[in-house]
Design a protein around this ligand. Structure first.
Ligand code: ADP
Length: 448
């Protein structure tokens, strides 16, 4: 087992990883930027190293500095969390070269799955249904439009290297195709330095259903059920839950087995997520695989009782998974609300600032993953998500009630957050009935 792990991340996920390491008796090293001197992760870790100025490019994304820090403190492994370098194969390769274990899949797998167009082909070959679309990446607008016509409008234009909802545009017809293609391509160039695109059929009002899997070096792959992440704004998740309210056992089993097949086809190792779209006729299609731990992993932990971060560490250390598929019993219902420092009344503009008094809710079946504390100053340089509130109850209705009362107890003085926006969703009749898809926010809260 590792003696010491460096956590190449910040905020609540860094704190989450530190806690898992501590339980396993592993020493932890935090890295922090100059803007994060007072951050909780830097305080909680056994050691903390400043790796540079506030902008992420000069600190949390600076591979050389992070590797140097790791060598200097003699850490055996790096946990990248999510975002930042978590899906960067170059970084995973640098780790390997320096004899540091990257807690995640190999760089080869990151490459294979990180290129979304290539991932679709791998999945298609393994018999996993993919959204109808182009098999080869495209760069020029004429060829792309030709494919769009063949697929049939509306289509989704996507960047092969895209992520986080960037580099993605819908085209309704030939008329708006060129404009959307160019915008998506430009966004992709700017964000990911890659102009290769692919075209997919636009699935109308689907549910976003994803399966959590975890795999070890011995070929064991276990799936831990699904998450319904259909409550999204600008293709970004806002609320996640497990299980999905409308899946029947037969479809759940089939999709779960498909997810395992997908992971095996990719020769996958460590934690990963297979994302599907589920249409109104209950057809499901693979859209992408995320090769990292995800923001919403706690809902799976709550229903499965499996600590995903610990499993990531076990399998990265070359140990077998501590659970088999037969051990997995999914219990009750879990919901997560992402709490962001943003103003829903002003187009969700980020609202960093200093938090006054903080009161975090607690109680039976309540979990808060956060790195905030009373007097904490949220730096303006990073993501606006400052907490995740997760509840678990025997039933979905019970979990919704619990989430409402839990959010009622949360106090974050002095800053603007999306908590009221979350309430509105939790009080919506269709949400409560489980009758919603990825267009829910746009349709129900479009007036903002
Ligand atoms: P990213 O990697 O940027 O998050 P994804 O491919 O995972 O992009 O898609 C994010 C979201 O965009 C999905 O959850 C869904 O809401 C929407 N989406 C993606 N592809 C399609 C599609 N072909 N049809 C309809 N909606 C889509």
């Amino acid at each position: 087992m590792f003696q010491k792990i460096l956590i190449a991340n910040r905020g609540e996920i860094a704190v989450r990883i530190i806690r898992a390491c501590r339980e396993l008796g592993i020493r932890t090293v935090a890295v922090y930027s100059e803007a994060d001197r007072e951050a909780l992760h830097a305080q909680l870790a056994d050691e903390a190293i400043c790796i540079g100025p506030a902008p992420a490019a000069d600190s949390y994304l600076d591979m050389e500095r992070i590797i140097s820090a790791c060598i200097a403190v003699k850490a055996d492994a790096i946990h990248p969390g999510f975002g930042f370098l978590s899906e960067n194969s170059k970084f995973a390769r640098m780790c390997r070269k320096c004899h540091i274990t990257f807690i995640g899949p190999s760089p080869e797998i990151i490459d294979r799955m990180g290129n979304k167009s290539e991932a679709r082909n791998t999945m298609s070959k393994a018999g996993v249904p993919v959204v109808p679309g182009t098999k080869e990446p495209v760069k020029d607008v004429q060829t792309a439009r030709h494919f769009a016509r063949e697929i049939g409008y509306p289509v989704m234009i996507k960047a092969s290297s895209g992520g986080g909802g960037k580099g993605m545009r819908i085209a309704e017809s030939d008329l708006d195709f060129a404009e959307n293609f160019q915008m998506a391509q430009m966004e992709s160039m700017r964000g990911f330095g890659d102009d290769t695109m692919y075209i997919e059929k636009y699935v109308k009002d689907p549910k976003h259903i994803e399966f959590q899997i975890i795999a070890d070096k011995f070929g064991n792959v276990v799936q831990l059920g699904e998450r319904d992440c259909s409550i999204q704004r600008n293709h970004q998740k806002v609320i996640e839950e497990s299980p999905c309210a409308i899946l029947n056992e037969k479809l759940r089993k089939e999709m779960g087995e498909t997810a395992v097949r997908a992971a095996k086809a990719a020769h996958y190792e460590n934690a990963g997520t297979i994302e599907f779209l589920l249409d109104k006729d209950r057809n499901y299609y693979f859209i992408e695989m995320n090769t990292r731990i995800q923001v919403e992993h706690p809902v799976t932990e709550m229903v499965s009782g499996v600590d995903l971060i610990k499993e990531q560490i076990y399998v990265a250390a070359g140990m077998p998974l501590s659970v088999t598929q037969e051990d997995i019993r999914l219990n009750g219902h879990a919901i997560e609300c992402r709490i962001n420092a943003e103003n829903p009344e002003k187009n969700f503009m980020p609202c960093p600032g200093t938090i006054g008094q903080v009161h975090l809710p607690g109680g039976f079946g309540v979990r808060v993953d956060t790195a905030v504390y009373s007097g904490y100053e949220i730096p303006p340089y990073y993501d606006s998500m400052i907490a995740k509130v997760i509840v678990h109850d025997r039933t979905r209705a019970g979990a919704i009630h619990k989430m409402r009362s839990t959010l009622g107890e949360l106090i974050l003085e002095g800053i603007t957050t999306n908590v009221d926006f979350q309430y509105e969703i939790l009080n919506n009749r269709d949400f409560c009935a489980g009758d919603f898809d990825t267009s829910f926010i746009e349709k129900n809260m479009g007036s903002r």
